[in-house]
Design a protein around this ligand. Sequence first.
Ligand code: FAD
Length: 453
Amino acid sequence: MKIIIIGAGVSGLSTYLQLCKLLPSFDSHTILIYESQKPCETVPAGTSDPSLSNFENLTDSTAVVGNSIGLTPNSVRLLKYIDTKLYEAFKLQGYVSETYTFKTARGHTLAVMSSGDKGSPEEYTISCPRYGLWKCLHDVVGEDKIQYRKVIDVDLSGEKPVVNFLDGGKEDADLVVGADGVRSVVKKAIFGEDDERKYAPHYEGFCGVGAFIDVEIPEAITKHKSMVFTFGSTGSFGYCCAAPMPQRVLGWWSNWGTPNVPDRNIVDTDDIRRQLQERHGTWNDPVIHSIIEKMTTDRIYPIWTTPNLPHWGETGAVLLGDAAHTLQATSGQGASQALEDSVTFSLLLSHYITKAEADDSDLTVKDAIKLASKGLYEIRNPRVASIRARARRLYITNKRINNIIVEYIFYCFIYLWTNFPIIGKLVLNDVFKELSGWNVEEQVKEYLEKKGH
Ligand SMILES: Cc1cc2nc3c(=O)[nH]c(=O)nc-3n(C[C@H](O)[C@H](O)[C@H](O)COP(=O)(O)OP(=O)(O)OC[C@H]3O[C@@H](n4cnc5c(N)ncnc54)[C@H](O)[C@@H]3O)c2cc1C
């Protein structure tokens, strides 16, 4: 079987590793990875590069690769499942954020909650630059496995899918994996005109900005090894340690509601500082003031999501990660869900291919791919739809804060949600259990048993 993976982001690279590990008679398969962007280590840190200012050329994830992520325990465990070297490298480059601190703009601490999953050994959220996760995956896969060619189109009308490249070349395969992010060309091939009409990325009415600064890590973080989230009437502000101590890498981000999509992602640094001052200048946290004073970033990112798709591929092409379900950056779950997709799909594909390769089987490779794609969607879509809906409910609450009474009601809600989980459950379900308690292998096993496959 020949598989072409389009996109060497979190989904593409983790799928490559999983398929190499799980596919039966691996030597009889060819897996190729095509990526449009050469890695450029210096750009993400917040420097201006005019070639990066055009949204059309880059996925949002690539464009703001310099921001922080917090990889939750379920995903940290998944890294170990994918490859122990990957897990070890990832943990070494990040900071173990053992708690989340929730604060109000007026300076009250609402809650300090453990990020641990109570497993054995207990895993905690690891905070790091998003680039850090990508780099670990990239190093384990190996640079020589990635070919830098931009895909412009995938033709799904023939016997086999055909991938067309910007350089004029073309190549066919049994399976094309669309791991090409929010503006996926594979998604376009699958849905044709509907891709623009019904399934184009949806702007959530929110924007974000964030980067890193080289300062001593503040006590607000070190005291409880915390990621700090502050909410107020003009948006939210967060900061975390993004590298092991004693390195001085402070990651920060700010999100705010704005009805229109900005037309560029590169903005004058002083303009960003002025906007940060406007939104957070009166907030009662000296760490936030110091970040605003010292930050040097010049890029902002609109927050997009993908509308719920009716399937993630039926004939020779499948969508994974952001290509299938871009989630709000503020959900903190995009990379995690991309990893879960990769493992789910690889387990299903290996299962069905093993069946197709059995001597007495009348299942073809084509059928196996179709079944794996269908299974992926049926197992994964309800989960990502629920994460997207929950993140939206939190936003909406945030957007409506326009007077002090609503502001205090919002703080009360966060206080009750974080301190009395039973109340939060009524509105947001049991978020932490739902996120950490999802076991990919068990889900796949249950699904196959239910289907009698
Ligand atoms: C600001 C921000 C903060 C975030 N914070 C978190 C967080 O805290 N926790 C979390 O879990 N997630 C977070 N996320 C989300 C997470 O980064 C993404 O969900 C994740 O990167 C998705 O990975 P992906 O591989 O599916 O897509 P991408 O990372 O977008 O990778 C797609 C790849 O495909 C390549 N590509 C695209 N088109 C083509 C083409 N035509 N030909 C060849 N190659 C192509 C791109 O160059 C890119 O390398 C955040 C996202 C943002 C924007």
